[in-house]
Design a protein around this ligand. Structure first.
Ligand SMILES: Nc1ncnc2c1ncn2[C@@H]1O[C@H](COP(=O)(O)OP(=O)(O)OP(=O)(O)O)[C@@H](O)[C@H]1O
Ligand SMILES: [Mg+2]
Length: 576
């Protein structure tokens, strides 16, 4: 299974698998060979008492040991090259999937979590794959060759090794427990880790509200759950582990009896015994490797599985795009559109026609679906039912680039990048000149913001000491949208940004942006929308009223009620 994954994710480095196996195989042979010379050395010294003849044999032992170390190093080297490539490729694939991921994916997954899954798992995959291949080869071949050598020395030692190796494997299997348990353990560890991340992220909120207990409890529970499982696991290994250790040492005793009853020359017996005692180590080492191989295999496949699960989440609800590269007109039509982020529908059988070049305002209670509607126009989500047409063509006929180029968004929750203000604005149209960028900043009423900052438009967003209010951030985003010069403008005004000082500047900025465009604005300050061509009143995902300000105010309408509420709220604010 790992092999198959390697072939999928690092096909160009598969040669290193074979080099790694070959080198590890050679290393196993070299290490067993060094023991062969060791045995001959012992016989020369103890049985023949020939010191001069023993020296070259001792040299052989050393040479083979050094060669073994070198070759094993080469084996690890080549598997690391493979593993690094695997990690790089997995990360690249992750980025590729992220670029194409649907908005639903970004809604559901915090960037921190995604990054953690990618980073942690690719790193673990890397280390387990790098060690898995040489270890597995050694674990299989060192005992095989070793046992063959043992039979050569004395068939009884060979037999003893065979028995002890096989029972060692049995003990290890028992000790490792079943896979289910391992899955639970990994899940508990993940939960604890993500709990810790969340806790650290939320600390400032906890501090403000001083309600630390509830969230602490969750985190605390995940820690104790993990501790319990870890303890349970260790305890379940305990007896088998003790058994394993005692067995390995007890085998020594058995060996003594062997020697005792063999009838060999005592000096030969001594040689065989010393060989046995030293050689037992190689077997013990191989068994340990078997243990690690189990762990590495499990780890590597679990990690790749997690990464692949993330990939498939990224691919879910992906939008289909078409071939149409240009957008001639900018009329917008909703045809019986139904949409929900999850099962619950947020937009219900929504139909609407918006004419080119006009300005529309969407109003409605919080949560009525205004932001959702404009996100749908931008083509961020797949509709559950119905169609949205721009200039008479279904959204899905346009290329991603065509939509991005012709629709400019200034959302409620504008995000600026960690770049200079200038760079942030220039992203609207990357080929624009400095003068054009400055002009856009000027039209968006940003001069005052720039003057306030020491480095002006070259100020780095997010740098120390640079604090911009919500309204100021939105003005910079408007500059970006102005520069983009798109056919359709969508403004989702942030209610939080509606401080009175900003209001006037924002209005001017909007006015400059909206010239000769099809504009849809969502306004929370109803005072600011009286001048639009048409007001659309949304309630619970449906269009309930449309008309000009005066038309809607003329009769007992939902809009009138909204206006009254807004006035009242304003009054409260004034009184306060
Ligand atoms: N990413 C999302 N995932 C799941 N549900 C969402 C998501 N975004 C919004 N919703 C839900 O969809 C409904 C409509 O939300 P929407 O943001 O469109 O309202 P809105 O009219 O813009 O409200 P507001 O005036 O407060 O900005 C709400 O019930 C909201 O909880
Ligand atoms: Mg909204």
């Amino acid at each position: 299974m790992i092999y198959k994954k390697l072939k999928t994710y690092a096909p160009e480095r598969m040669g290193f698998v074979y080099v790694g196996i070959l080198m590890a195989l050679l290393a196993a042979g070299l290490s067993v060979a060094s023991y062969y010379y060791l045995y001959r050395f012992l016989r020369k010294v103890i049985v023949d008492v020939d010191m001069t003849g023993a020296v070259p044999l001792a040299m052989d032992v050393v040479i083979f040991l050094i060669a073994n170390a070198l070759v094993y190093f080469l084996a690890l080297w080549s598997t690391h090259i493979l593993a690094f490539r695997l990690e790089t490729n997995l990360k690249k694939q992750g980025l590729r999937h992220l670029m194409n991921a649907s908005f639903s994916f970004y809604d559901k997954n915090e960037s921190g979590r995604v990054r953690k899954i990618m980073d942690d798992n690719t790193a673990l995959t890397h280390s387990s794959v790098a060690h898995l291949i040489p270890d597995l080869t050694t674990a299989v071949f060192a005992p095989l060759l070793g046992i063959a050598l043992a039979f050569y020395v004395d068939w009884r030692i060979g037999l003893l090794f065979t028995v002890s190796f096989l029972s060692g494997i049995l003990f290890i299997r028992k000790m490792m427990g079943d896979q289910n348990f391992m899955n639970q353990y990994m899940a508990a560890s993940d939960k604890m880790n993500s709990g810790a991340v969340e806790y650290v992220r939320g600390i400032h909120v906890l501090k403000i509200f001083k309600t630390s207990l509830q969230s602490l409890k969750e985190f605390y529970r995940s820690v104790t759950e993990y501790a319990d499982l870890a303890l349970k696991y260790s305890m379940s290994c305990r007896s088998w582990y003790v058994f394993f250790q005692v067995f390995y040492n007890a085998v020594f005793l058995v060996a003594l009896f062997f020697g005792y009853g063999s009838g060999d020359d005592p000096r030969v017996q001594l040689c065989k015994f010393l060989f046995y005692a030293l050689f037992n180590g190689i077997l013990y080492m191989a068994l340990n490797k078997v243990m690690y191989v189990g762990m590495y295999t499990y780890q590597a496949s679990a990690c790749i599985e997690k990464i692949e699960k993330l990939f498939s989440e990224m691919d879910e609800k992906k939008l289909s795009t078409g071939q149409r590269e240009t957008m001639e007109g900018s009329s917008i039509e909703f045809q019986d559109v139904t949409f929900g982020y999850e099962d619950q529908k947020v937009i219900k059988h929504f139909s609407l026609k918006l004419e080119e070049g006009k300005t529309y305002a969407l109003v409605g209670a919080s949560g009525s679906g205004k932001s959702t509607l404009v996100k749908l126009i931008s083509g961020f989500y797949q509709l559950d039912d119905g169609h949205i047409l721009i200039d008479g063509h279904d959204l899905s006929e346009y290329t991603e680039g065509a939509l991005a180029q012709n629709i400019a968004n200034v959302f409620q929750d504008v995000k600026l990048f960690k770049k200079s203000i200038y760079e942030n604005v220039r992203m609207g149209r990357p080929d624009s000149s400095r003068q054009e960028v400055m002009e856009a900043l000027h039209l968006a009423q940003c001069d005052e913001i720039l003057n306030k900052l020491e480095k002006g438009e070259d100020t780095l967003i997010g740098a120390r000491g640079v604090h911009l209010s919500g309204g100021e951030v939105q003005r910079i985003a408007i500059a970006r949208a102005i520069l983009k010069d798109a056919k359709i403008i969508i403004l989702d005004e942030a209610s939080a940004a509606a401080d009175p000082e900003n209001e006037y500047e924002l209005q001017l900025a909007f006015a400059n942006l909206m010239k000769k465009k099809t504009v849809i604005m969502i306004a929370h300050r109803l005072s600011s929308i009286t001048g639009v061509d048409e007001i659309l009143v949304i309630d619970d995902g449906k269009l309930v009223e449309r008309g000009s300000h005066s038309e809607l105010m003329a009769h007992n309408s939902v809009y009138q009620k909204l206006q009254e509420d807004f006035m009242q709220a304003n009054e409260w604010r004034v009184r306060e």
